[in-house]
Each structure stands twice: as structure tokens, then as C-alpha cells.
Design a protein around this ligand. Structure first.
Ligand SMILES: [Zn+2]
Ligand SMILES: [Zn+2]
Length: 238
């Protein structure tokens, strides 16, 4: 195979440089065994990972030496705290919402009076951050605070889904279909397809065992017959 397809690519995974378990070298070898095209996209996050230009440059150099695409998952924060010249070096960049107004989406005790207001704030955060830099991909759209994970479809109104689709399209990002969090919601994909949006595929693996396990994205690709040319693929060769 000389170039990836939507069914043979995985553009989202983590290594032990940030919160993954396995080394980048091990992840890259596993991708070869599986016959998939892999992008490594470790976290850039002010408080925890790849906190400054020096750490990002070191990460980039290590990933670039492997036969994988160089990616980075940048947490949506009030501002971008590394130089954009550094981000430009990567084969692709992912923006990802992990917190809203300082509260982590993963915290079990996320405090909120009205979830629709929070969803509105989340969309505002995404909109503002995508204006700071030209990102290629928006990670796990429609991911919400953990307390609502059991019934996410009851939290997102069609109006809010459409707002997020419109924000992403306005900023030119591809919407990631994420296997780990099973996001976005199918209804989001339906709306995005009706507006000719772009997409990408990621397992969000944090260990070699889940690399290439992409049944959720592949199912949605088939269900909505998303055309191959609507997918984001890095331009560089690996
Ligand atoms: Zn993420
Ligand atoms: Zn991730």
C-alpha cells in the first residue's frame, strides 16, 4: 500500500512521553505489524505535558525519527503557549477540548447547573481557540463531562450539534471520529455529512492493544457513506 485510506489510518494515539503506556518506538512497530498508517499525537497541555517549546521540540525530534506521522493533540486553553513555528513542523495538529472554564470534563464531580449552558460554553471555547491557529483536526467532538456519558444523546440538542458543525467548518478542521470515546454522536456525523464536512479517524489509544481498533469510526463511515475524499490525510510521506 502506498497511501492510506480512511480504513487503514489511525491519527490519534498517545505514548509514554505523555499519558500513554508504551514507547513511541513500540507503537510504531505495532502499526507496522497491523499494516496501518499511524500518527502519534501526544498531549500538549500547559499544566501537564509538553509544557514549553523545548519539550515540544524534543518530542517532535523523537517522533520524526520513526515511520509514523508527527502529530500533536493541543488542549484547548485560554491561549496557545508554544510558538506556532513549532506547531508548523508537525505533519498535522489536533485541537481537543478537555476542560471548560477550568473544570476537567473527566472529573467525576463536574459542577454545573445547566448542561446546555455548558455545551454552549464548550462551543465558544472551540470557536475561539480554532481562531488562534490553523488546526487540521478537532478531536472527539461532542465529548461532554463524564457525569453525562451514559446518555450523551440526551445532552446535545440538534441546534447545538449544528452550531458545533458550523464552527468546525468555518475554521476548516476535519472532525475526528474517535474510537475510544465513541464520539462524535451519530447525529453529529449525519449533520456534518449533510454540510460536506471533512473527517479523520483516531483510536485515541494509550497502549499498543487498542491501536487500530477502529470499529466505531469504521461503522459510521459505512453507515453515512462518507466519501473517501472528505478525509484528512497528512501530506507528508512516511
Ligand atoms: Zn483528547
Ligand atoms: Zn488523545
Amino acid at each position: 500500500m502506498d497511501k492510506p485510506t480512511s480504513k487503514t489510518i489511525d491519527l490519534h494515539c498517545h505514548t509514554n512521553i505523555t499519558d500513554g503506556r508504551d514507547s513511541p518506538e513500540r507503537m510504531a512497530r505495532r502499526a507496522v505489524e497491523l499494516g496501518i498508517w499511524l500518527g502519534i499525537s501526544d498531549h500538549l497541555d500547559t499544566e501537564m505535558y509538553l509544557k514549553n517549546d523545548r519539550e515540544v521540540a524534543g518530542y517532535y525530534d523523537r517522533i520524526r525519527s520513526l515511520s509514523v506521522y508527527t502529530g500533536i493533540e493541543v488542549s484547548i486553553e485560554p491561549r496557545l503557549h508554544v510558538s506556532t513555528d513549532l506547531l508548523d513542523r508537525f505533519d498535522y495538529t489536533i485541537a481537543a477540548l478537555h476542560q471548560v472554564d477550568g473544570q476537567s470534563l473527566f472529573h467525576p464531580d463536574f459542577v454545573c447547573r445547566n448542561i446546555d449552558t455548558i455545551i454552549g460554553r464548550m462551543i465558544d471555547h472551540v470557536d475561539r481557540f480554532l481562531g488562534l491557529y490553523s488546526f487540521d483536526i478537532l478531536a472527539h467532538p461532542t465529548l461532554i463531562p463524564r457525569a453525562w456519558w451514559i446518555r450523551p444523546e440526551t445532552v446535545w440538542s440538534e441546534k447545538r450539534l449544528e452550531q458545533l458543525v458550523d464552527v468546525g467548518i468555518a475554521h476548516g478542521v476535519a472532525f475526528e471520529i474517535n474510537a475510544r470515546s465513541m464520539t462524535p454522536l451519530p447525529k453529529f456525523v449525519e449533520i456534518a455529512v449533510s454540510k460536506n464536512a471533512r473527517f479523520s479517524v483516531g483510536s485515541d489509544s494509550h497502549r499498543i492493544q487498542s491501536l487500530g481498533k477502529l470499529s466505531y469510526p469504521h461503522r459510521l463511515i459505512d453507515a453515512y457513506q462518507i466519501p473517501e475524499e472528505w478525509f484528512f490525510f497528512p501530506k507528508s510521506k512516511i
